[in-house]
Write a protein that binds this ligand. Structure first.
Ligand code: FES
Length: 162
């Protein structure tokens, strides 16, 4: 094969590879769009009455816990440990999250109790529409500590109730 023909074929091959790569990336982007109700989307958790004050409810498919404080405020906490991303487990008897990997523990509001994790559990925004509670699992909020303004209260309730 003459050198000129070989170089032409090589360039054509590279062009074809680039086009295939671009198409693959585009296809991956389109198929990665999150369906409603799955992790990464806004998830309808239920109605306020489903979550009595002082409870923690697991949403395995949404990868979060919905914690409701004794004052009626809500926090949605990512199940991923802030140390090395193991799934933390809620222990009802102790009122704490335990990480089975390296022993970190967290309070029900996500505050670190025991290292090696040094950041509070990541949270997700909680919103209310009437009595309905929704959690936006597509918007993780990393936090070192938990502040009072991080807690979401339904209309008619307030943090002053605590
Ligand atoms: S991953 Fe949780 S303590 Fe290490």
């Amino acid at each position: 094969m003459p050198r000129r023909d070989f170089l032409g074929a090589a360039w054509a091959g590279l062009g074809l590879l680039a086009a295939l790569g671009t198409g693959y990336v585009g296809l991956r982007y389109l198929t990665s769009q999150t369906a409603a109700g799955e992790f990464g989307s806004v998830i309808a958790a239920g109605v306020i009455e489903d979550f009595p004050p002082g409870t923690v409810t697991a949403f395995p498919n949404g990868k979060f816990y919905l914690a409701r404080g004794a004052d009626g405020g809500f926090l949605a906490l990512y199940q991923k440990c802030t140390h090395l991303a193991c799934v933390v487990l809620w222990h009802e008897t102790d009122g704490q999250f335990y990480c089975p990997c390296h022993g970190s523990r967290f309070l029900a509001d996500g505050t670190v109790l025991n290292r090696p994790a040094f950041r509070a559990l990541t949270r997700f925004p909680v919103t209310f529409d009437g009595d309905s509670v929704s959690v936006d699992t597509g918007t993780p909020i990393e936090q070192d500590t938990v502040a009072a303004e991080d807690i979401a209260y339904p209309a008619g309730a307030s943090e002053s109730a605590s």
